[in-house]
Design a protein. Structure first.
Length: 187
């Protein structure tokens, strides 16, 4: 989820996709397996990870090497559950760990794994865009580190008074090494 246009409502919930398409609004995604959206239980990733035995201590309790190891464990667990991180290169391992464990993992999201058969749940993808809140701070960071020329130009056309931050190379190189969803081949 990239910066939102000013008139769009802001929602910090992770984006949920199936075969690359947004849900639940997309009528083409009606599915015999999927109950009504409001009947799918909401659960935090923190709760789900704890139920799987993943311990998530506070960052202040961990040395830097332990934070890096724990972050790798978290990233692997997320990928096993079709959940993928985006826009993390501006954060150190410790900063990313704090954002995930102390903020993001406490947001409610639909727990599709609790209502769908395993093979059907595997078709759904969750994107955790670290800069997806639509806040002014996230928007500045997105344009500074991630936006391409077209996105920057389009935003500037939409809001000519916006003070576009200078483009900078992100201080870390993590995103390209993160697990990516396996999408079906396009026909």
């Amino acid at each position: 989820m990239k910066p939102k246009y000013p008139e769009e409502p802001r929602d910090s919930a992770p984006a949920v996709h199936r075969n690359g398409q947004d849900t639940p609004e997309s009528p083409s995604l009606s599915d015999d397996f999927l109950p009504p959206w409001d009947q799918i239980p909401d659960r935090t990733l923190y709760e789900r990870m704890a139920a799987d035995g993943v311990e998530l201590p506070l960052a202040v309790e961990l040395e830097d090497a332990a934070v890096a190891r724990k972050l790798q464990e978290i990233i692997a667990w997320l990928a096993e559950h079709n959940t993928y991180l985006e826009c993390t290169d501006h954060l150190s391992d410790r900063e990313l760990y704090v954002v995930l464990v102390e903020e993001t993992f406490h947001e409610l999201m639909k727990d599709l794994e609790s209502v769908l058969p395993r093979e059907e749940a595997a078709k759904w993808i969750h994107h955790l865009d670290i800069l997806g809140s639509g806040s002014d701070e996230d928007t500045v960071l997105y344009f500074r580190f991630y936006a391409n020329d077209r996105e920057r130009r389009d935003w500037q056309e939409l809001d000519p008074d916006y003070e576009m931050p200078p483009r900078e190379k992100p201080p870390y190189d993590r995103d390209r090494h993160l697990p990516q969803p396996k999408l079906p081949a396009r026909r």
